[in-house]
Write a protein that binds this ligand. Structure first.
Ligand code: FES
Length: 140
């Protein structure tokens, strides 16, 4: 893993984005990583079908936190359907141990893909926020 990717991950840990519980979330979801027991909560505020804000709280490692921090910025403004499709493609890419950027994704997300390729056992960390997000959007 290159220093560039280390720096991206560290920035998302030190200056984590959207680490908060919003006052009145429209949706929320939880996930637990069965391998380590770490837990994750995602909160979604909606504007109609569109995602206005995604935020989170967790007891988790830095990789899970960085992945969530990137996810929250990525999904803002997307519809719920688009967000679930992005989740599906992200998980597919992580599972394939690919580092190929997803079309339209923020530059930062390839740092997570690099981590998983270098350390495949961290795939659960990378996907934890996305699992909680899917649960949030499924909760109607
Ligand atoms: Fe638990 Fe990464 S070690 S989520």
């Amino acid at each position: 893993m290159s220093k560039l990717y280390d720096d991206v991950i560290l920035d998302h840990i030190r200056n984590v984005r959207n680490y908060e519980v919003p006052a009145d979330p429209d949706r929320s979801g939880e996930a637990i990583n069965p391998l380590c027991g770490d837990s994750f909560q995602v909160y979604v505020k909606l504007d109609g079908e569109r995602i206005e804000q995604v935020s989170f709280q967790c007891e988790c490692c830095g990789i899970a936190m960085a992945s969530a921090s990137i996810m929250t910025g990525w999904l803002k403004g997307h519809t719920q359907r688009e967000a679930l499709e992005i989740k599906r493609r992200f998980v597919e890419t992580v599972t394939a141990r690919s580092t190929e950027a997803l079309p339209g994704g923020p530059a930062d997300h390839t740092a997570i893909l690099q981590v998983v390729q270098a350390s495949p056992a961290r795939d659960g960390c990378a996907m934890l926020a996305w699992t909680a997000l899917e649960q949030a959007l499924a909760a109607d």
